[in-house]
Design a protein around this ligand. Structure first.
Ligand code: HAM
Length: 429
């Protein structure tokens, strides 16, 4: 006996988006796109894989995303290593530089929608292929606290429009590139004196990127951080503090509530100045529905013209987490306008011609092609939530008419086949 071939399953940490889920995604993306245009953002589509060096240089060699989660591709055609994108910022900056955007406009406001890939241990809200809606505002004129406030206002607006009722904004500042260097020396010194109190992970983090210690959730490390920083933020220059004060004042002016999170540092290396996370209840341990911040040094790090001063700020929200947070699990059933029911299979050619006329007129229509019984054709019309069943029997064939059954009102009319398009167009308005 021959063995049936092994059934192939979906890869771990990925999902099919099925049936009524797809229209739900479509609606969510349409809402997001609408809000993004209110703020003057236009879409950018970059490849889903890039030179692995792009991610190493931008996200940082020591970040978990690069260290543990990059999904690298084996390619026989490329000399360089390639990796599936774990996030969108690096590629947008790569494209910005490569296409000389700064010569075309003082500020580029770009958004993207699409899948990202991280080799994480899957759990609720944490996937290996997930989807982000992200924005990046980049340019020589991007260094304004008003732009920070705008990006934060946009993030909150977008999340609410996508169904997240009570997003909570957590805010911090890491200061300028120079501040980060000073703070790094300060923290290293302070933690070095308390090294034995730190957890094993933090002792390693301490060597590779001291900022990560601030993020540790373990009580002994939290105690050390509290002792070192107290309730204060990081020790920053007066200029950086003043910048952050202006961001906060603008948010207050816009009535956007926020909570200062002095230990929020984020897991990617490129951040400077304003950093933020937006959380939502009901997401469990993966409660960030979106996150982002300013990244002043990244453009030069990736090869932008050293004579020009650049700044940038952006964020990304996770579509799967938005759906979890907003409790939208049901999906949306998109009904068909009309389903053709033939009383005898020999009428199929005529029926087929009629439904094609409907489709060309912008009316969604379908039929069965395999000689199914009347009963099963009608139940299919129900299953597809068809608004009308179009019934073609012997009498209708002879008189060139068709019976139109309104499936919701359960009423029926007989009309001329040649009037079908006009009739349905009017009824569907
Ligand atoms: P991130 O915090 O790594 O930032 O990701 C942003 C959002 O993507 C998260 O808040 C979460 O909603 C979603 N997300 C991340 N990883 C996963 C996962 N494994 N499964 C499901 N959802 C996930 C960034 O990616 C930055 N590029 C954001 C940014 C843009 N910063 C500046 N510009």
């Amino acid at each position: 006996m021959t063995q049936s071939p092994r059934q192939i399953s979906i890869p771990r940490g990925t999902h099919d988006i099925l049936g009524p889920q797809a229209p739900l995604w479509e609606k969510l993306e349409a809402s997001a796109r609408r809000v993004l245009t209110y703020y003057g953002y236009s879409e950018i589509r970059t490849p889903i894989y890039e030179d692995v060096a792009l991610f190493k240089r931008s996200l940082g060699d020591t970040s978990d995303v690069v260290n543990k989660q990059l999904l690298e591709l084996k390619s026989s055609t490329e000399d360089e290593g390639l990796a599936l994108r774990p996030e969108g910022t690096a590629a947008v900056v790569r494209s910005y530089i490569e296409n000389n955007n700064d010569k075309k406009e003082p500020l580029s406001k770009l958004f993207y929608v699409g899948p990202m890939f991280r080799g994480e241990r899957p759990q609720k809200g944490r996937l290996r292929q997930f989807h982000q809606i992200g924005v990046e505002a980049i340019g020589p004129q991007a260094a304004s606290p008003l732009l920070d406030a705008e990006v934060l206002a946009l993030a909150m607006h977008l999340l609410k429009e996508c169904g997240v009722q009570t997003p909570k904004l957590l805010l911090n500042t890491l200061g300028s590139v120079e501040d980060k260097q000073h703070v790094s020396v300060f923290l290293r010194d302070a933690f070095n004196q308390r090294r034995d109190l730190l957890c094993e992970d933090c002792r390693q983090r301490f060597e590779r990127n001291v900022f990560r210690v601030l993020d540790c959730k373990k009580p002994p490390c939290k105690a050390v951080v509290a002792e070192v920083l107290g309730n204060q933020g990081l020790p920053l220059s007066a200029e950086s503090t003043a910048y952050f004060d202006k961001v906060k004042a603008s948010l207050t002016d816009l009535n956007i509530p926020f909570t200062i999170a002095p230990h929020l540092v984020r897991g990617l290396d490129y951040y400077t100045h304003t950093v933020f996370e937006i959380t939502s209840e009901g997401l469990g341990s993966q409660d960030a529905v979106g996150a982002g911040g300013r990244y002043s040094g990244l453009l030069h790090q990736l090869g932008a013209d050293p004579k020009t001063e650049f700044s940038a700020i952006g964020f990304a929200v996770g579509v799967e987490r938005i759906l979890l947070a907003s409790g939208q699990t049901e999906g949306i059933v998109k009904g068909l306008d009309a389903y053709m029911v033939v009383m005898d299979h020999v009428f199929s050619a005529r029926a087929f011609n009629l439904i094609q006329q409907l489709r060309l007129a912008g009316i969604s229509a379908d039929m069965s092609y395999n000689g199914a019984s009347m009963k099963s054709q009608l139940s299919r019309a129900n299953k597809l939530s068809a608004r009308f069943a179009l019934i073609l029997g012997e009498d209708e064939m002879k008189s060139e008419k068709i019976a139109v059954k309104d499936m919701t009102a359960s009423t029926q009319e007989i009309i001329d086949q040649k009037d079908l398009v006009n009739y349905l167009t009017t009824r569907l308005k």
